[in-house]
Design a protein around this ligand. Structure first.
Ligand code: MN3
Length: 281
């Protein structure tokens, strides 16, 4: 790895660590591998209808600090038929239980006995250039699908609120423009890949991008590096049973299940990480 990629890797890790340590007093449960139902138990006055099982901001950061060798294959946070407003049960089942599980298993096999077993996955992404395809494809495939499942909910749809909505309006003009651009990123990705809403690691700005295969914006092979907060899988396996060749119809329907509470929590996780990092400079 060259010195620049190493430094960027260290920056990501140091900022993630700072937040992880700062939050650990309040969130001791985040370091354990609890089941989805335990993790998603409502706390306080959270309105589960309005904000379905979002990832907590600190959780989004801390869950990726574990050594990669200790990462688990997470439970799907809902039933296979829960996303039928957009995606049929059979597709969710095969996608989660065969494709996603396969990436996880192959990722674990690819890093077994290497230094990467002890590295956080974010560190692996920050230094992915030059690594074997088995690591790049399967680490990406494992991580990207965790984000994707978290980003959706049977109670999803609608619009974001708060700071995230303000930032979307500031960056894209309005919510419709944002959706148009995000859809375009998904439609125009040739072959298999992903569309992303991400937060620029250097400037903190939102941006939309797409990546091929199982790459993601955390990898040091992308033009603009950022922390992904919303990911849409546009591989044919994500939609073909219901939509066949009509990728655009799947993309339109995707908005019906977007869990904006989760996207906002990921955005806040990034913001708190950045503020902590600035405070420690
Ligand atoms: Mn997929």
């Amino acid at each position: 790895m060259n010195i620049r990629s190493f430094l960027i890797g260290c920056l990501v890790i140091s900022t993630l660590t700072a937040v992880s340590q700062e939050k650990s007093g309040k969130n001791n449960n985040l370091k354990t591998n609890k089941s989805a139902s335990e993790r998603n138990k409502p706390t306080g006055d959270v309105n589960r209808q309005d904000r379905p099982h979002p990832t907590k901001p600190a959780q989004f950061v801390s869950e990726w600090m574990n050594p990669s060798g200790e990462l688990t294959f997470k439970e799907l946070p809902y039933a296979y038929d829960a996303l039928e407003k957009a995606i049929d049960a059979k597709t969710v089942e095969v996608h989660y239980d065969k494709h996603h599980r396969g990436y996880y298993t192959n990722f674990m096999n690819a890093i077994k006995g290497t230094d990467m077993e002890k590295m956080p996955i974010t560190m692996i992404f920050a230094n992915i250039k030059g690594q074997p395809d088995a690591v790049r494809n399967n680490a990406g495939g494992y991580f990207n699908h965790v984000i994707y499942w978290q980003n959706m909910s049977p109670d999803g749809g609608g619009e974001p609120s708060g700071e995230l909505m303000q930032e979307i309006n500031k960056t894209f003009g309005n919510f419709k423009n944002f959706k148009d651009k995000f859809e375009e990123a998904g439609k125009s990705r040739f072959g298999s890949g992903w569309a992303w809403l991400a937060v620029d690691m250097k400037t903190g700005e939102l941006f939309i991008t797409s990546t091929a295969n199982q790459d993601n914006p955390l990898m040091n092979i992308t033009d603009r590096r950022g922390i992904p907060i919303l990911g849409m899988d546009v591989w044919e396996h994500a939609y073909y049973l219901k939509y066949q060749n009509k990728r655009a119809d799947y993309i339109t329907a995707f908005w019906n299940v977007v869990n904006w509470g989760d996207v906002e929590a990921k955005y806040k996780g990034y913001r708190s990480m950045r503020e902590d990092n600035n405070n420690t400079k």
